[in-house]
Design a protein around this ligand. Structure first.
Ligand code: ADP
Ligand code: MG
Length: 209
């Protein structure tokens, strides 16, 4: 279970942003909506342990990780949280396979090429395993980002505007792949977006003002 209580964040010199309290059960899939500048990316970075809240706390399965030291938090994130960033985050000098091996290493997992190939097959990019990410289309790059986020079977999957740069067909596919990947490991899925095409398929929605 993911729980965030009394959460706020303040960038230096800017007004404080407060977030609604929020609870998600394992297996829940939430859409977090709000106009540009409403704090969607900030919330996702707080939940992902990439920013420390100014007030409030966040727990996942009773681990109060928003209070962890940076080193402990890095380890916790690698093992429990998968993040699909707004911009492609793959290491461009490494192949798709090598990027996923790196993700396994950073998550403290055994390096398992067969597991990676199975995942790439499910995401329909197995034939790109030895390519560098920048040789892939936008839709394929987003599948690599999903693969990186889910390879270690996280408890929590966070995705920041995963479909905004995609056409309708790829948007639908990436959305379905995220949901299937989360279902496969019973993870909590939180998708942050201003893309109204996603509204119809997520019954649970949180609106940021
Ligand atoms: P969204 O993802 O919904 O567009 P953000 O979380 O990116 O919103 O931004 C929320 C608010 O915080 C905006 O007013 C934005 O200008 C501000 N902001 C975002 N990043 C920074 C930063 N690094 N420094 C100062 N202000 C920031
Ligand atoms: Mg954003």
């Amino acid at each position: 279970m993911l729980k965030s209580i009394n959460l706020s964040f303040q960038y230096s010199g800017a007004p404080s942003i407060s977030f609604p309290d929020f609870t998600a059960e394992q297996g829940d899939q939430w859409l977090i909506l709000g106009p540009s500048g409403s704090g969607k990316t900030t919330l996702l970075h707080l939940l992902g342990g990439l920013l420390s809240p100014s007030t409030g706390n966040i727990t996942l399965d009773d681990f109060h990780y928003s209070a962890f030291s940076p080193a402990k938090l890095d380890k916790f994130r690698g093992e429990n949280i998968g993040i699909v960033f707004q911009k492609a985050h793959a290491v461009q000098s490494l192949s798709v396979m090598e990027n996923l091996l790196l993700a396994q290493q950073l998550g403290g997992k055994i390096l398992d090429k067969k597991k990676i190939m199975n995942l790439l097959e499910r995401l329909q990019i197995a034939h790109k395993a030895n390519q560098k990410p920048n040789r892939l289309s936008a839709g394929e790059q987003q599948r690599v980002a999903i693969a990186r986020a889910v390879i270690n079977q996280p408890r929590l999957i966070l995705a920041d505007e995963p479909t905004s740069a995609l056409d309708d067909k790829n948007s639908t596919e990436v959305q379905n792949l995220l949901k299937e990947s989360a279902d496969a490991v019973n993870a909590i899925l939180l998708v942050v977006t201003h893309d109204n095409r996603l509204k119809a398929t997520f019954p649970k929605q949180l609106l940021l003002k």
